[in-house]
Design a binder for this molecule. Structure first.
Ligand SMILES: O=C(O)CCC(=O)C(=O)O
Ligand SMILES: [Fe+2]
Length: 286
């Protein structure tokens, strides 16, 4: 996977709206949390309106410079006022919904400054090297994926989300979490894991559909996305929420180091806007 720093084109302004998602999407936070706990994934069907998807697709196809990169990750994308993503996280029901689901999944989860972490992720065709799938655990209690553009090709080649649901518990100790990430988020382990699935019959492969939103515990589930077909663009908006290791000094220090590394990459490439592949640059803290 490429690590890319790319300036984004000017962001077309979108009027702020109080509500983006469909009425009642947040009515069932407890049911969503129960589904995440027992099945690993909850699908919120038809909650993303057509107009929002059109604006999002328009942006990813016309305003993002991929410069030949196979993958682009724009961190904190929703923090940019005027973007379709900012509009969505500003929906007054989104943060309380994520808070309720995260709390139901993990009692005592922290909320830091209450901000939702966001990423815009673009995948441009299949991987161009023999890298294994980007299996990882997220740092936050829950993850919400909003598909914007999803390619359709043969099963297994359509950018599906693949996850081993709730493969690990929420770790009490941050050191355990870090060691686990060291052991499982490297290419050697990823290759071994895929080659020898053993008794792991619990894999879940989800063909994402734009219009829906998907919730799972990215912290607990070992997950990746399957390859996209040649010539396709896959785009997802990903929201992360809930600090599992609230106020951990160790994790904050690692995040500081990772931020410095990212900044040095940005400076080296002298790009005003950073888009980095977090599997490489925010490996442990992410
Ligand atoms: O693009 C996706 O569907 C998921 C990406 C993901 O797992 C992440 O960014 O943490
Ligand atoms: Fe993830």
């Amino acid at each position: 996977m490429n690590t890319v720093c790319t300036p984004l084109a000017a962001v077309p302004p979108i009027a702020p709206a109080e509500r983006v998602l469909t009425d009642g999407f947040d009515a069932s936070a407890a049911t969503v949390a129960a589904a995440v706990d027992s099945h690993g994934l909850a699908c919120l069907r038809d909650v993303v309106p057509h107009d929002w998807l059109t604006a999002a697709r328009d942006f990813v196809t016309h305003s993002v410079e991929l410069n030949g990169a196979q993958e682009l990750l724009v961190e904190d994308f929703a923090a940019r006022p005027g973007t379709f993503a900012h509009q969505l996280v500003s929906d007054e029901r989104v943060e309380p919904f994520m808070r309720q689901v995260a709390t139901a999944c993990r009692a005592g989860v922290g909320f830091g400054d209450g901000a939702i972490e966001s990423e815009l992720r673009l995948v441009n065709g299949p991987p161009r090297s023999a890298k294994p799938l980007w299996f990882h655990y997220d740092s936050t209690a829950i993850t919400l994926v909003i598909p914007i553009l999803i390619p359709t090709s043969t099963p297994g080649r359509s950018g599906e989300l693949v996850l081993y649901p709730n493969r690990r518990p929420f770790r009490r100790r941050v050191v355990t979490n870090i060691l686990e990430k060291c052991l499982s988020q490297n290419d050697f382990y990823r290759r071994w894991f895929v080659r020898y699935p053993g008794r792991r019959s619990d894999v879940r492969t989800e063909a994402l559909e734009p219009g829906n939103a998907y919730v799972f515990s990215g912290y607990r589930s070992y997950h990746a996305t399957l390859p996209s077909p040649p010539g396709s663009l896959r785009a997802t908006l990903i929201l992360h929420f809930g600090d599992v290791h609230d106020n951990s000094r160790l994790l904050n220090s690692i995040r500081g180091v990772e931020r410095t590394i990212r900044r040095s990459i940005r400076t080296r490439r002298s790009s005003p806007t950073v888009a980095v592949q977090s599997s490489k640059c925010a490996w442990l803290a992410d």
